[in-house]
Design a protein around this ligand. Structure first.
Ligand SMILES: *Cc1c(COP(=O)(O)O)cnc(C)c1O
Length: 434
């Protein structure tokens, strides 16, 4: 008689066992649930921090995979069978030229424009959500997306062999639509804005039994954003920054970066210190910035009208928590207009060689505004989060950048063009004399 091998023995028990409502602390089983039936507040994953503390050290993390899964004890996936497509551990770049331009001495860019596999921070939340979706037995996964989420969900579902149907607003940028279709999911382009897409998806989630990464799997999904806090702390040499600037759509990313920092403090991986959180929104969709400015703690929904489509959520789920966080940490939530967003995209590209999308342009424009207003201490260790790639939102900068100088394959034609370039002040190159 052969003895059955218990493969589960090799797996350590999970460090999370339940969901808890953000208000009232009511407990739920860790299933595909997202809202508390009694308080109507969102559900969050609850961890056993003593168990995490016993399991992790700086050395154990440093010896882990070069992806978000080096932080696995802090993530809500029970088995070791995670979907690891190399998401995370993106560069933290020490800025020199942008820093000088803004008068800051310790500025860093966290560059998720090169995240894997689809070049935005959404790969983090989807890697976690789909790993959990598989554990919970879902065979079809879905999302309500402003663009990047559809790219990530379609790509990672393809990798994992899950069926996929995504919902997007019909007026998205071409790069975002193509960057979803290539993975061959079913794409529903809804004639409406994101908030209408999201409402439709809530109905579908209730009737079809699909795993919607940002609806019924939202408690797991949102935990993925904490890795943007973990990585920055690790990459700064196991310490927290002084100032953070991040974009705000639903407010999930902005609040989860802080949760990541706090968890590292809780288990003794970094020392505690105050971190100021600044949030960035586009004026054409700035319900959180408006609430902050007017001293309200509730959000008044708006109808989005901005080129920053990836962060155009008019009725943000975590908006009031974001306002609270800005106040509590001595930060702020600022809005910038579309022209400033385009300038922000160009400024980051010209000074750091990083091409970001409209959300990153929003972040850089807000960083610039804060720096120019003297609201950031020049010596403070400041991290600006760049969350997506500019090649996906080319429409935003078309007509605002230079054009190639078309020439004939002849030296004379080149020299004429060079003269023109000089008058345009695009080149200060001088021919060396022979
Ligand atoms: C989704 C998204 C965000 C913000 O997301 P939250 O809903 O606030 O978590 C920021 N930047 C980009 C590029 C995004 O796609």
């Amino acid at each position: 008689m052969t003895q059955a091998i218990d493969t589960t023995q090799k797996q350590l028990s999970p460090t999370f066992t339940k969901l808890v409502s953000k208000e009232g602390g009511i407990e739920y089983e860790p299933k595909a649930l997202y809202v508390c039936e009694e308080t109507f507040s969102p559900l969050e994953v609850s961890y056993d921090y003593e168990a995490i503390k016993a399991r992790v050290s700086r050395a154990s993390i440093e010896a882990g995979p070069k992806s978000i899964w080096r932080y696995k004890p802090f993530l809500p996936v029970a088995t070791d069978n995670v979907i690891d497509v190399g998401t995370g551990m993106t560069p933290l770049v020490k800025s020199t030229r942008l820093a000088r331009r803004l008068g800051l001495k310790n500025l860093y860019i966290k560059n998720d424009a090169v995240n894997m596999p689809t070049l935005s921070f959404k790969d983090r939340v989807v890697s976690v959500a789909l790993s959990r979706a598989r554990e919970l037995g879902f065979s079809t996964v879905s999302c309500a997306s402003t663009g990047n989420l559809a790219n990530s969900t379609a790509a990672i579902a393809a990798h994992a062999g899950l069926d996929c149907c995504v919902f997007i607003p019909a007026d998205l940028e071409a790069g975002k639509v193509l960057g979803t279709l290539i993975y061959n999911p079913t794409v529903m382009a809804v004639n409406g804005n994101y908030d209408q897409v999201n409402r439709l998806c809530s109905e579908v989630a209730n009737t079809y039994g699909w795993g919607f990464v940002n609806i019924n799997l939202r408690p797991y999904y949102s935990e993925g954003s904490k890795t943007l806090g973990f990585e920055v702390a690790e990459q700064l040499g196991w310490q927290l920054p002084d100032v953070v600037v991040s974009p705000i759509a639903s407010g999930s990313l902005y609040t989860k970066i802080r949760k990541g920092f706090q968890e590292f403090v809780k288990v003794g991986l970094v020392d505690d210190k105050p971190v100021q959180f600044h949030g960035a929104q586009a004026e054409g969709c700035s319900p959180v910035a408006q609430a902050f400015r007017e001293g309200r703690d509730f959000i008044t929904p708006v109808k989005p009208n901005t080129i920053a489509k990836s962060i155009a959520i008019g009725n943000p789920a975590d908006g009031s928590y974001a306002v609270e966080q800005a106040r509590e940490t001595g930060g702020s939530i600022e809005a910038v207009n579309d022209a400033e967003i385009i300038e922000g995209i160009k400024l980051l590209a010209e000074t750091e060689g990083i091409f970001t999308e409209t959300a990153g342009g929003t972040t850089i424009a807000v960083l610039k505004k804060l720096a120019e207003a003297g609201k950031i201490d020049p010596d403070a260790t400041t991290v600006a989060y760049i969350t997506g790639n500019g090649l996906k939102t080319q429409e935003a900068v078309q007509g605002h950048i230079g054009e190639p100088l078309t020439i004939e394959p002849k030296l004379g034609s080149f020299e004429q063009a060079l003269e023109r370039a000089r008058t345009l002040e695009r080149l200060d190159w001088q021919p060396t004399s022979v």
